[in-house]
Write a protein that binds this ligand. Sequence first.
Ligand code: GUN
Length: 291
Amino acid sequence: MTAQILDGAAVAEKIRADVAQAVAERLAQGRPAPGLATVLVGDNPASHVYVRSKHKACQQVGIQSFGYELPATASQAEVEALVRELNADPRVNGILVQLPLPSGLDEERVLSAISIEKDVDGFHPLNIGRLAQKGRDPLFVPCTPAGCMVLIESALPDLNGVNAVVLGRSNIVGMPMALLLVRANATVTVCHSRTRNLREVVRQADVLVAAVGRAEMVRGDWIKPGAVVVDVGMNRVEDPTRPKGYRLTGDVCFDEAKEVAGWITPVPGGVGPMTIAMLLQNTLRAARLAG
Ligand code: GUN
């Protein structure tokens, strides 16, 4: 094995401890605890798991969390009314609408209804628009790409002119990731299902972020020797030898890639914990913006 492990779990633990300390200091000054409201619409099992872990993380650092659940049959007006209610609630500094929303709901309209000062996911069109423009700064940056940047910069603090390849162009990860890398002066290529000669493009990457949701798609011989490899994938693959009958694997074949890469994130324990740490950081920031 040649690659060094980018230990997201350890970095996230340090960030959580820093947030916990800042929250404790605010409480000692007589300020209220930061508050995060989650909005979960419908019964997507993965979304329920993610939201539960966000609440647990809040509890551990002293952030108050408020969980709101609506049925999959909720109307657009009902979801937007809840968001507006939370916009007006002084206990709530951050609002997180878990995605994906059930089909039939207009995601863009729901996200646009969130007050930008409470947009701790950074998905409001104004925040994303500012992220995409030179000389403008969003109030919040989407949590998963922000967490990836922390890990990438821990390996490679200066991204000036490096070749970065982002696999995937989702609103939640791929596109904001590419925008963050551009802002750090990397030369960025975004690959997707229509990309030609994918392996050859990926082989040029000094920094590779894989976020396509296909188990072990990136093989060892796709990786440039010494590259920083960040694996956002979280895929279940059947494995009868495991108690649950499956194991979690990334979009990168870890066992092959670790022999070639310079740095690599494990799955689990890489990007996942960083997403939640960034959410806590954003919620603290939202509380500070509120005073
Ligand atoms: N669904 C998958 N990832 C995320 C995320 O970071 N935020 C929200 N709101 N929904 C998600």
